[in-house]
Write a protein that binds this ligand. Structure first.
Ligand code: COA
Length: 154
């Protein structure tokens, strides 16, 4: 039997402009109303957003997340792991790094919205101490769906 080579653990690092095409590809394959590459490039120019990626040796960027920080509040705007690599604890790795970064920036509360049907992501957030704080009716389109608002005190 031929064994497939073991896959390592990705490094979590800041996103750079050279990552944006891969990030946009994962984004396009993941979300029904994806952000364009230009949006990520534009965000990289600002000091408010934190953009981080999972960088796997040999494969390159396999996940990313965006955290908006405004004073002592932050919004987890986006997080995705390439579908081929989900369920390996890498989303957890990325979220952990982002929350650590939020803490370093003096953020007191992190907010996010998640589709009511997205039970996997919600479980991840609950695991990290996020609590449900409300519902936004018809927040999402394609398909139209409510968002659960969640918050985590740091
Ligand atoms: C959400 C996402 C980033 C999680 O990344 P991941 O690498 O697959 O997650 P992990 O392997 O780190 O899992 C961490 C925890 O999340 C939860 N979870 C993740 N995917 C799950 C699933 N499909 N079903 C149930 N729980 C799930 C579990 O609690 C899991 O912990 P466990 O493995 O100890 O049970 C990834 O599934 C993804 O990119 N989804 C599509 C994009 C998306 O929905 N983003 C969030 C928008 S709000």
């Amino acid at each position: 039997m031929v064994e497939s080579p073991a896959i390592g653990v990705p490094k979590v690092r800041r996103m750079i402009a050279a990552d944006v095409d891969t990030v946009a590809t994962i984004e396009g394959a993941t979300f029904s109303s994806p952000w364009k590459a230009d949006t990520f490039l534009h965000l990289l120019d600002g000091s408010g957003p934190e953009l981080w990626v999972l960088d796997l040796e040999g494969d390159g960027v396999v996940g990313y997340a965006v955290l908006w920080c405004i004073l002592d509040e932050a919004e987890l705007a986006n997080i995705a792991v390439d579908a081929r690599f989900r369920g390996r604890g890498w989303g957890r790795l990325l979220l952990e790094a982002l929350l650590e970064r939020a803490r370093e920036r003096g953020v007191k509360t992190v907010y996010l919205e998640v589709r009511v049907s997205n039970e996997g992501a919600m479980r991840l957030y609950l695991d990290f101490g996020f609590e449900k704080v409300g519902v936004r009716r018809d927040y999402y389109t394609r398909p139209r769906e409510d968002a659960v608002m969640m918050a985590r005190r740091m």
